[in-house]
Design a protein around this ligand. Structure first.
Ligand SMILES: [Zn+2]
Length: 739
């Protein structure tokens, strides 16, 4: 009867919204060991990806995933729903029952609802179509409708098991965060052989350790090896501690994603009326390898996750001059010089980095450096047509005692800290002790502090840096689970205090939600305000922060090779306009070397971090011309064009390159870099994404070759030849489709 009711309900809604329902037998569900179906399967799709969803009596399941016009993957198991809760220290089993009456479905989303009678909980298993193109999004919410405080174990965001014939060759692809400095590998392609087991982790602050796998940008692609390059990818939209796992056993490919269960056991507390939500994940299909997947995914991130208010403005991404060229020595005089010079060279924003404040946690201008405060500095930038941005690490407490400062010895603040300061602890110049914004009062303090700073100093951009979002805490009276003394570890690293225990994932779960709330409020209070995620360079680069910031610093090393490597890796999955490179001064005996340095950071968001008043006259001319070229020709491509990795990952010695091509406008550019090896003076780059039968006009920006007309077929098969005899030099090759 329930089945009939839901069938009718879905059919009714399906007819209304044009949704397609198919007969059970189309699915060959008989072969699948999933829970007994309690409804007709539901199809949900974007232009590329289709999922088949099935409400079983006790569990829902993702029955199948299909690449439109291509292949499909069948799931052997239902979603695992948590099987018990703890109440007053007693374990109580849960019995979930599908609720057709509470379930909803439309062409843009499906929610299958399951209820548990005693204790009364409700679980909503949801899929969403966020944009016409791209992956589909999924999450699970558990509401505590009982009158009791309960503890629940870990509910994964997603788990499935594709049936894959043993003789099919598979390849997995993933990329590391550029945390600190990109590693020598960065981008991984691995054969998924029998017995393969892998897990990739991400957190709010990646601090790589020698000999250990680095954190990933939480996403992976699995595709058939060679041949058609059909594949699927899975990503996590959350900045807290998460993991994605992959295992191949027999004819099964087991996949899981969600909060990181390690260190175990995970548990989280739900007061009456509270809810737990799994980190959203997205699942998409692809063809054409990692760049084929990326060209759909990057657009989806722009359409579904990015702040449209920011990215639709024609100056996004902005050209930025950052004060760190003067380091902590920034003051009013230096800032005014830099602002004047920024405007003269054609920058669009002046960004005051660390060094402006009275002390860590005391986010007011240092009166000895800025006797008139920051507002006149912002006003001066605005008068000269520049935006004004500011650095802050708004969860750090230290020793300042002036009103408004976060002081670790203030008993209220002490209670918010992730741990007591160890004996003899001292803050660094711009690093303190992290407060846990998962605590309501700490969240409220931080929300007020950032709002005041944006208002008082007339900011157009606020950058946050350092260890901002807690992912470990030893306090027993915070909303997260308490630490387990059996696996509690405290240590210092990177100038910060760290705590690790089995509650770490729950700490990060609460703090990340509080962080998202603060960022969202700021955007509402200040429409148009830009938000930069720095976090000591490339340590919180993920899809959750992509939805709550406008751009990322992608590494903390600012040399040309590190900048190109970090960009090469992150640009597989994130919109290049969001990927910020800080460019610092490098030895540049020739102007070609100087341009190589600039362009290595000009493939996405460009921030210069050197005191431009010290540039030589030819360097000033090169900077001015490069910024003008960025605005007129590069930025339109960086904002919207497809991107192709047309070389192996940069190693600094041989050649490397990135291609942009916008099929709608028929424009493209090749960034070509010649590394330190003087041997190879010419290099061929095979372009991608062009039309074979069309011809293209090539223009070599640096004049390394004469302009020429070449067919798309030749450019894609033979390639374009770039001649750069000097080591550490570069060229931009523009190409334009002719009628
Ligand atoms: Zn805490």
């Amino acid at each position: 009867m329930i089945q009939d009711q839901l069938g009718k309900k879905l059919q009714g809604i399906g007819e209304e919204v044009g949704m397609r329902l198919v007969a059970l037998l189309l699915l060959s569900l008989g072969r699948l060991s999933i829970a007994a179906p309690d409804s007709m399967p539901v199809h949900l799709s974007s232009a590329e990806t289709e999922v088949v969803l099935q409400a079983g009596r006790e569990q829902p399941s993702l029955a199948a995933l299909a690449l439109k016009g291509g292949t499909s993957w069948q799931n052997k198991r239902s979603e695992s729903l948590i099987g018990y809760v703890e109440i007053n220290g007693e374990t109580q089993p849960l019995h979930w029952r599908f609720s057709p009456a509470a379930s909803r479905t439309s062409s843009t989303g499906v929610i299958f609802v399951y209820d548990s009678g005693t204790p009364h909980l409700r679980l909503s298993w949801e899929w969403r179509v966020r944009a016409a193109h791209g992956p589909l999004e999924h999450s699970i919410k558990i509401d505590n409708l009982s009158g009791n405080k309960i503890w629940i174990p870990l509910e994964d965001s997603i788990g499935f098991e594709w049936r894959i014939p043993r003789d099919v060759n598979l390849e997995q692809f993933w990329v590391e965060k550029g945390a600190g400095q990109p590693s020598d590998e960065g981008t991984h392609r691995v054969n998924v052989t029998q017995g393969y087991q892998w897990a990739g982790e991400s957190s709010t602050y990646a601090h790589p350790r020698a000999g250990q796998q680095r954190e990933i940008i939480p996403w992976m692609l699995v595709e058939s090896q060679g041949g058609a390059e059909f594949g699927w990818y899975l990503g996590v939209e959350f900045s807290g501690r998460t993991r994605i796992s992959l295992e191949r056993v027999g004819d099964s490919l087991r996949v899981g994603a969600g909060l990181n269960p390690i260190p175990s056991p995970y548990r989280t507390k739900l007061a009456p009326g509270e809810s737990f939500e799994t980190p959203p994940v997205f699942l998409g299909t692809s063809r054409g390898g990692p760049d084929g997947a990326g060209n759909v995914l990057r657009r989806w991130v722009r359409d579904a996750l990015n702040n449209q208010e920011a990215i639709q403005r024609p100056t996004y991404p902005l050209l930025v001059n950052n004060s760190w060229g003067a380091g902590m020595q920034i003051d009013e005089t230096v800032a005014r010089h830099m602002i004047r010079d920024s405007a003269e060279l054609g920058f669009e924003m002046f960004h005051v980095d660390a060094g402006w404040f009275r002390g860590v946690g005391d986010w007011y201008p240092d009166p000895t450096k800025f006797p008139h405060g920051l507002r006149p500095i912002a006003d001066y930038a605005h008068q000269l047509g520049l935006k004004f941005g500011l650095w802050m690490d708004w969860t750090q407490a230290a020793f300042d005692t002036r009103p408004g400062a976060l002081n670790v010895n203030d008993s209220k603040v002490r209670g918010w800290l992730i741990s007591d300061p160890p004996a003899g602890w001292k803050p660094e110049e711009f690093k303190g002790l992290t407060v846990d914004i998962g605590v309501g009062a700490a969240h409220d303090w931080a929300a007020r502090a950032v709002n005041r700073v944006v208002d008082d100093y007339r900011l157009d951009m606020l950058e946050h840096d350092g260890y901002l979002v807690a992912q470990g805490c030893d306090r027993a009276d915070h909303p997260h689970a308490p630490a387990n003394p059996g696996n509690l570890r405290r240590y210092q690293d990177m100038g910060f205090i760290w705590v690790e225990s089995s509650n770490s994932t729950d700490v990060s779960y609460h703090a990340t939600q509080a962080y998202y709330d603060i960022q969202s409020r700021l955007r509402k209070q200040h429409p148009g305000l830009l938000l930069e995620v720095c976090n000591d360079g490339g340590r919180m680069v993920d899809f959750g922060s992509a939805a709550h910031c406008d751009y990322f610093s992608i590494t903390d090393a600012y040399d040309p090779l590190s900048n190109r490597r970090a960009f090469y890796d992150a640009s597989f999955v994130l919109p290049p306009a969001m990927l910020e490179s800080y460019v610092e001064r490098r030895p540049s005996p020739r102007i070609e070397n100087f341009l190589y340095m600039l362009r290595s950071g000009m493939m996405g968001w460009f921030t210069l971090m050197l005191d431009t008043t010290t540039l030589t006259s030819p360097q000033r001319t090169a900077t001015r011309e490069s910024l003008a070229l960025y605005k007129s020709k590069l930025r339109p491509l960086i904002r919207e064009a497809d991107l192709y990795h047309v070389s192996p990952r940069p190693n600094g010695k041989i050649w490397d390159g990135i291609e942009y091509f916008d099929p709608a406008r028929g424009h493209g550019v090749l960034f070509a870099f010649h590394g330190s090896d003087p041997g190879e003076k010419n290099h061929w780059f095979a372009l991608r994404g062009l039309t074979s039968g069309h011809s293209y006009q090539l223009t070599f920006e640096g004049g390394s070759s004469d302009g020429q007309k070449v067919s798309g077929k030749d450019l894609m098969q033979k390639g374009v030849q770039v001649y750069l005899p000097l080591p550490n030099s570069s060229e931009l090759v523009f190409f334009e489709e002719l009628d």
